[in-house]
Design a protein. Structure first.
Length: 280
């Protein structure tokens, strides 16, 4: 059973960008260049002109680089790309206080791709419309526990997150532990009974350790926190839930449940996925 699950998730993760939807926008860059191109500027301008990005939106900006070059160089390159996109948005009138996070996530490893030319789709910055509560907000406003009784759709609010306390992962891996499946079945039932609901699946890592704390790349599939979100998305798709109703993103360790981890139990709580309602 354990080996079959590992194979199942490995196959699903082989498809980059799985379950991405329209509230994540990608700005692409030339090889080894951090400066925004005229084409990229025009794309951002179009997003603003069409009110796809609206002043007051809370944004997460994540920079990436392709696999060519060393980690230190690509960390800097991805960070500069993210900063340049942030600065362009600020110049266009966006408030710096509304940019929740602006970081470089380094290079995306591509084990099956070789060559000096790199992989153009990985030279990018993601602009994510962030529906989460502020990181500094009290825990009660960030996520409400998913009750064991049947969920009353009338009581749920858009942007409210389900704290699925029993969806947990192996350390450093996007592999679900067996105790996760009862809560996954409850989530599946909820989505089947409420077909108009759309959700965002938010992956998290714990704060300590090289694999977790730095949200390291996991093969060619993205970063660990993102892969954990994709694991939930993939499970729901395999059970018949339409991908159009879901989006999977990784938030790293920017919003831990336990800020000062002292025990493995604390780290387990932070190695999690939360489910946020984005529309009803």
């Amino acid at each position: 059973m354990k080996n079959s699950l590992l194979i199942f998730f490995a196959l699903l993760f082989a498809v980059p960008g799985y379950c991405q939807t329209k509230d994540t926008f990608e700005v692409y860059f030339p090889f080894n260049i951090p400066k925004i191109s005229k084409e990229a500027e025009a794309y951002i301008d179009k997003l603003i002109f069409n009110d796809t990005l609206i002043h007051g939106d809370k944004l997460v900006i994540l920079g990436y680089a392709d696999y060519v070059g060393g980690s230190k160089h690509n960390d800097t390159l991805s960070r500069e790309r993210a900063k340049n996109v942030r600065d362009y948005l600020v110049a266009a009138g966006f408030d710096t206080k509304d940019i929740r996070l602006c970081i470089g996530k380094g290079k995306i490893e591509r084990a099956n791709i070789k060559g000096r030319e790199g992989f153009a789709p990985d030279r990018k910055v993601q602009i994510i419309i962030d529906l989460t509560a502020p990181v500094s907000a009290p825990p009660a406003t960030v996520a409400a526990p998913l009750p064991k009784q049947k969920i009353d759709i009338k009581q749920l609010k858009v942007n409210q997150a389900f704290a699925l306390n029993n969806i947990i992962f192996q350390p450093g891996l996007p592999v679900l532990l067996p105790e996760s499946f009862p809560d996954l079945e409850r989530l599946l039932t909820f989505l089947k009974e409420n077909k108009s609901v759309t959700i965002r699946i938010e992956g998290h890592v714990c704060c300590l350790g090289i694999e977790e704390g730095k949200d390291m790349p996991y093969g060619a599939s993205g970063y660990l926190s993102e892969c954990r979100a994709k694991a939930i998305c993939s499970y729901l798709v395999s059970k018949g839930i339409d991908t159009a109703r879901m989006k999977a993103i990784g938030l790293g360790n920017i919003n831990p449940i336990v800020k000062n981890e002292l025990t493995e139990e604390d780290r387990i709580k932070n190695r999690r996925v939360e489910i946020r309602i984005t529309s009803k």
